[in-house]
Design a protein around this ligand. Structure first.
Ligand code: TRP
Length: 364
């Protein structure tokens, strides 16, 4: 029988989750939760990683832990099928990170393009916190502690996965087969891999105010789509419109299915037809935005409603996280045992070692 796969993924709790998170990874996690190829699914809130660049904002991180948990539950992650936990509650991860640090050079970390960009964005150039600089190593610990085979994340996480695989190979080469090499699982479409903000800027980000959140109200969503960036040269309805860089069409690429035309816009049968009309001219942005709004509301309404239900019983959400953290910790502790044995730092449960040493000194 084929060995079953293990999923692991997580998010930093620095804000509520938005539709970029949804198409980038969350939607996939929900789809995979009934797939029998997977033995276990771990989903976690990366609070310790969030602290690496928020050390002065512990309250922000703490507040957002519950927001992210509610977003998970709202999106449809079932705690019976996923072990949902909080990173900082698994001390084994810190210990693993400490050992992995010996296997990575400073030069290698400096080459990580995602960390490079983040350093620039945060103006850290001359004062990078060591913990932030080394978070790719801690991310390798997150992944390997659970022997994850499959990590559903966005494109920006590719360098972390690469680094993790390098650590795994190095570890297994030195200490013998212990760790598992993970694979990234990217979203199918280009649009879902890199959903831009509503202003057409590269990425959704809280500080740019260009996000549509899973917890946004119906009115918020209507307003945000109305104000979305399209094609600035498409002034009159009769003008031909451009699709490239047109955020409304990028969102349609990420969300639209043929059945949406059946339900909301019978003039077309699929997205290609709609695009053809738009490029030809004679189709106004307002109509396309109305269609996108209908689709987004269809996706977001059940999420919003489910979230509201969980908001009514916050203590049980914490209880779920606690149970998940306990269960995750058992798995991580088991891996750590194997790592310690492989690294020969399991002194007290190694009877051969003690006997061998005793013999050596008896002969003196
Ligand atoms: N770096 C991820 C983010 O920015 C969060 C994260 C931490 C993660 N550890 C992980 C994702 C392990 C996948 C696997 O949101």
């Amino acid at each position: 029988m084929k060995e079953k796969k293990i999923i692991l993924t997580g998010d930093r709790p620095t804000g509520c989750l938005h539709i970029g998170h949804y198409v980038g990874s969350l939607r996939r996690r929900v789809e995979l939760q009934d797939n029998p190829e997977y033995a276990r699914r771990f989903v976690f809130i990366a609070d310790a990683q969030a602290l690496t660049d928020n050390i002065e904002n512990p309250e922000k991180v703490r507040q957002n832990v519950i927001e992210v948990a509610l977003d998970y539950l709202g999106a449809g992650l079932d705690p019976e099928k996923n072990t949902i936990f909080i990173q900082s509650q698994i001390p084994e991860l810190t210990e693993l990170t400490f050992y992995y640090m010996d296997m990575v050079t400073v030069a290698r970390l400096q080459r990580n393009p995602t960390v490079k960009t983040e350093i620039q964005m945060r103006n850290f150039e001359s004062s990078i916190p060591v913990g932030f600089f080394t978070y790719p190593i801690s991310q390798a610990a997150d992944i390997t502690a659970f022997k994850a085979t499959t990590v559903p994340v966005g494109e920006d996480q590719e360098p972390m996965l690469e680094q993790t695989r390098e650590i795994v190979r190095r570890f297994n080469y030195i200490y013998g087969d212990t760790l598992v090499e993970p694979n990234i699982l990217l979203p199918d479409s280009e649009a879902s891999r890199r959903l831009p903000g509503t202003d057409g800027k590269a990425k959704m980000s809280k500080s740019l105010g260009n996000c549509i959140y899973l917890s946004d109200t119906e009115e918020d969503v209507n307003k945000k789509v109305k104000g979305m960036y399209t094609d600035p040269t498409h002034l009159k309805v009769s003008d031909p419109g451009k699709l490239e860089g047109n955020t409304v069409f990028t969102y349609l690429d990420a969300f639209c299915k043929p059945e949406h035309f059946e339900r909301y816009w019978k003039d077309y049968t699929n997205l290609d037809e709609l695009k053809a009309h738009y490029t030809r001219g004679g189709l106004g942005d307002v109509k396309v935005k109305k269609f996108l709004t209908a689709i987004l509301q269809e996706v977001l309404t059940p999420i919003r409603e489910r979230r509201k239900m969980y908001e009514k019983d916050i203590p049980s959400v914490y209880e779920m996280l606690k149970k998940g953290s306990e269960s995750a910790r058992e798995t991580a502790a088991q891996t750590l045992d194997e790592v310690r044995r492989a690294m020969k730092i399991n002194y007290f449960d190694d009877m051969d070692l003690i006997r061998e040493q005793a013999k050596k000194y008896a002969q003196k």
